[in-house]
Design a protein around this ligand. Structure first.
Ligand code: SAH
Ligand code: SF4
Ligand code: F3S
Length: 466
């Protein structure tokens, strides 16, 4: 296939999406060589790295965590907030230094930052020691680019969304839990968010291909799958098919993997049917990440979130009432341009009403090319920092209170490995996605066991195997 050498993906097209089967024939051309891979972003980005790693390993590369040992460095970047940019360019500086001593070192930059036109221009102007820039729509072209790495900057970033590729192989991080992409891109265009530009328009995979992947994971003994998309409950809306997310979810659940999760749900696309499905199937986990972003109707409107505070609360309460013991977490942005104290208090009001199990909280970061970045912002930054601090104190208080309710209870925990803090324990997750450090036998890794919860902190629980 002839690759278009386009740069920057700020254009979206009506190009018809094709579903294409990949041929993963990669020659073992780099045996004995090492790769260093760093991943900066969300679960989607982490899962993309599992694909990248598979390619590198098929080539014969083995992984190293020592940058100085690497023959190829791949950075899988994130563009969601401005500070990611500085981190990545800081790291590239170190790579440049290394390349002076080891000129054959291949440096590849991928992920969402590669889809930003300004980043591509910056690489061209100041960082020509970089060998490869690849985008989020053409990860499958990375092997070809590595073979062609000829010490001349090679940029291949599609400026259109690309197709849906099937038969992707992954070198998965875990043999117990697995990510499964159900869709790519996002059509929501929240005004602050760069994702619809870096990942393109929504493209769903066909249900049969997803189910096939989940069946394979079951045969391999996986205990948990997480269906992955920027907006999973909009699944299927871009296909000429009659099914939607609830049909997919039910079919995945029926395959019988012990735990099925999904992330992320947009409140606007959440249906009653999904709620009853989660309540009905024991292997669909009672855990929902339901981003709020703001509690102020004025700000929600400016954000383009498509729901009001009242609508969000109604949905939240419906979920709580219908799914026993459900845990709900959220994302909140403080300091959207011109957010007032009153707007912020509306957010705190929702937090006080919902008492989330936990939340990811962010200070708004203007992203070039998004509508919100054009608003002249009068809210001083130190004020935003104070709001974030005030918000986090409340969030942490509820996290702790929610966790304390688990003390004395018996929870089913899927054990994933040795606890980082105390290697005499194993760590795992409850059905509601609470991290638990468990006193138990080491041979229980990969199993779901009953655990008596003995103590609770804001971010984890302690327990003992029964
Ligand atoms: N598709 C998911 C998550 C997208 S990114 C969703 O819609 O929920 C993850 C989180 O990053 C978002 O939920 C939002 O809270 C935050 N985020 C996105 N753009 C941001 C920006 N410009 N500044 C600060 N936080 C942002
Ligand atoms: Fe971004 Fe909104 Fe899409 Fe989430 S739903 S990825 S916040 S545009
Ligand atoms: Fe970042 Fe791209 Fe994910 S911007 S949050 S890696 S979709």
């Amino acid at each position: 296939m002839n690759l278009p050498n386009m740069q920057g993906a700020k254009i979206r097209t009506d190009k018809k999406v094709e579903h294409i089967n990949l041929d993963n024939n990669i020659p073992k051309s780099f045996e004995g060589k090492k790769y260093f891979l760093r991943t900066y972003g969300c679960q989607m980005n982490v899962h993309d790295s599992e694909q990248i790693r598979k390619y590198l390993e098929k080539f014969g590369f083995t992984m190293t965590e020592e940058l100085t040992e690497a023959d190829i460095v791949v950075l899988n970047t994130c563009a969601i907030r401005e500070n990611a940019h500085d981190k990545v360019f800081g790291f590239l500086g170190r790579c440049k230094h290394l390349k002076r001593e080891k000129p054959e070192l291949i440096i590849a930059l991928g992920g969402c930052m590669s889809q930003e036109e300004s980043v591509v221009n910056e690489i061209k102007a100041k960082h020509s020691y970089v060998d490869i820039v690849f985008g989020t729509h053409n990860i499958h072209e990375l092997p070809k680019m590595i073979l062609e790495a000829n010490k001349k900057l090679n940029i291949m970033v599609y400026s259109y969304e690309g197709n849906v590729y099937e038969n992707i192989k992954y070198s998965r991080d875990s043999k117990i839990t697995a990510w499964v992409n159900i869709m790519y891109g996002c059509d929501k265009f929240c005004t602050y968010c760069i994702v619809p530009y870096t990942r393109g328009k929504q493209r769903s995979r066909k249900m049969e291909n997803i189910l096939e992947e989940v069946r394979e994971l079951k045969e391999l003994g996986y205990q948990e799958v997480t269906l992955l998309g920027q907006n999973v409950n909009a699944y299927g809306k871009d296909l000429d098919e009659s099914y939607d997310f609830s049909v997919l979810l039910e079919n995945v659940a029926k395959i019988g993997i012990p735990r099925v999760r999904f992330v992320t749900s947009h409140p606007w696309d959440f249906t009653d049917e999904m709620i009853s499905l989660i309540a009905k199937h024991e292997n669909i986990m009672p855990y929902i990440h339901l981003p709020l972003q703001s509690g102020s109707d004025r700000i929600l409107k400016l954000m383009g979130r498509r729901y009001t505070k009242e609508e969000y609360l109604t949905l939240f309460n419906k979920i709580k009432e219908n799914i026993p013991n459900v845990a709900i977490t959220t994302d909140i942005i403080v300091g959207f341009p011109n957010e007032t104290e009153e707007d912020f208090l509306e957010t705190l009001d929702v937090v006080n009403k919902c008492q989330y199990d936990s939340a990811f909280t962010f200070i708004y970061s203007p992203r070039e090319g998004t509508p919100a970045s054009k608003i002249k912002d009068q809210t001083p930054y130190p004020e935003k920092e104070k709001r974030l601090q005030r918000l986090n104190e409340i969030i942490n208080k509820y996290s702790l209170e929610n966790n304390q309710k688990y003390i004395g209870k018996t929870e089913k925990v899927l054990l994933l490995g040795e606890s980082e803090k105390d290697i005499s324990k194993l760590y795992g997750y409850t059905e509601t996605m609470k991290l638990v450090n468990v006193i138990t036998d080491k041979d229980k890794v990969g199993k779901i066991i009953d655990v008596n919860i003995t103590d609770a902190k804001s971010f984890s629980l302690d327990g003992k195997a029964i």
